[in-house]
Write a protein that binds this ligand. Structure first.
Ligand SMILES: *Cc1c(COP(=O)(O)O)cnc(C)c1O
Length: 360
């Protein structure tokens, strides 16, 4: 069926083209490019009507199942342009493979990865003038799948939309790294084994907003999540994976079903191993981190994710006690990982892991 499916192309007319925002004040997620990718699925036809078309709103029935039962999954990746105007994607197939694991868990249809990848490349190429060129700025890409069948009743929907939209985003760190302050919550939990914590599904984020709001009010940037059962094993920070460098060893929680298998997490592990850094994927408790902070063996803490790449943690607060990490400054390993990953993503550095794909 979809193996033979062509991807249609409807180009935006001159009147539909938007004025591009100034690159210096892009921020995150407020601007969208001229085109999008759209593809539909139903039980009879499978995936069909794949096209790159002008960015446009949907008309959805108020009974569309996504509004009621939340079958919605998404991904986040980026396109980069180097100084020669060449365009690169970072590990894009991994995002679509992960989306297929999400689809399986949420009883949603499997994506034809190569087809969707072809659609993504066509979309990025068509809107390549939207990829920012100021240092650190990139084009953020958001593939999404939602249930659109109009029906009430909890069951897998019979109709879905898959779409890709793209947003030019500013440099996460415009004046160099600024370490974040994080709030360790033992009041709220994000996920539990057997649930959907390892799935990039919208409900996880809706459920996390209240904890983040309370942390913001208390002056913190992010929430550090502990496991739901014992409230002592560290899981993730905000919407990023987390790493600790203790006694020259890089430690990150294992993928046990309640945390998201981050592509940046995997890239950091591979790079660190290549550099000869000792890496352990193992359970780590908040008490162990505090003990390491107290005896001086906690050298660095940082989050990893597509948006910020590496996000150093300068301070954390747990049960009303504050702990500084590396005197509130960015550690050398976080800095090295950030510089190396950014250079690979921008096509400025050799890519020994074959992570980047050139688009145009
Ligand atoms: C997306 C995400 C991450 C990071 O994944 P990357 O593939 O590195 O961007 C980590 N945790 C959560 C909860 C996420 O949603």
């Amino acid at each position: 069926m979809w193996e033979n499916m062509e991807i249609g192309l409807e180009k935006a007319g001159p009147a539909q083209l938007k004025v591009k925002p100034a690159q210096e004040s892009l921020g995150f997620g407020g601007h969208f490019t001229d085109h999008m990718f759209l593809m539909k699925w139903d039980r009879q036809k499978g995936w069909h009507d794949a096209k790159v078309c002008p960015y446009q709103p949907f008309i959805l029935d108020p009974a569309a199942m996504v509004f009621h039962y939340g079958q919605a999954i998404f991904e986040g990746l980026k396109a980069y342009k180097n100084t020669n105007g060449q365009v690169f994607l970072f590990r894009p197939r991994d995002n679509f493979e992960r989306m297929n694991s999400s689809a399986l868990r949420m009883c949603m249809p499997r994506l034809p990865v190569e087809k969707v990848f072809k659609g993504l490349k066509a979309l990025v190429y068509l809107d390549r003038d939207w990829i920012p060129t100021v240092p650190g700025a990139t084009l953020y890409i958001r593939p999404t799948m939602i249930a659109v069948e109009p029906a009430l009743g909890v069951r897998p929907a019979g109709e879905y939309f898959f779409f890709i939209i793209m947003s030019p985003v500013g440099a996460y760190y415009r004046e160099g790294f600024s370490p974040t302050r994080i709030f360790v919550t033992d009041k709220y939990v994000r996920a539990v084994k057997g649930g959907v914590g390892h799935v990039k599904t919208s409900g996880n984020y809706a459920a996390s907003i209240m904890a983040a709001e309370e942390a913001h009010k208390a002056g913190y940037t992010q929430v550090l999540w502990l496991d739901a059962c014992d409230r002592k094993f560290i899981e993730e920070v905000g919407t990023s994976n987390i790493f600790f460098k203790i006694n020259d060893e890089l430690i990150t929680p294992p993928l046990g079903g309640s945390i998201l298998p981050g592509i940046t997490r995997d890239s950091v592990i591979q790079l660190a191993l290549k550099w000869g850094v000792k890496v352990a994927e193992r359970l780590i408790t908040i008490d162990e981190v505090i003990a390491a902070s107290n005896d001086g063996s906690l050298q660095e803490t940082f989050g990893t994710g597509t948006a910020a790449v590496i996000s150093p943690v300068g301070e954390f607060c747990y049960q009303d006690q504050k702990y500084l990490v590396n005197n509130g400054t960015t550690g050398p390993l976080a800095q090295r990982l950030f510089d190396e990953l950014q250079a690979i993503q921008n096509g400025q550095q050799e890519d020994p892991f074959k992570w980047i794909t050139r688009v145009g």
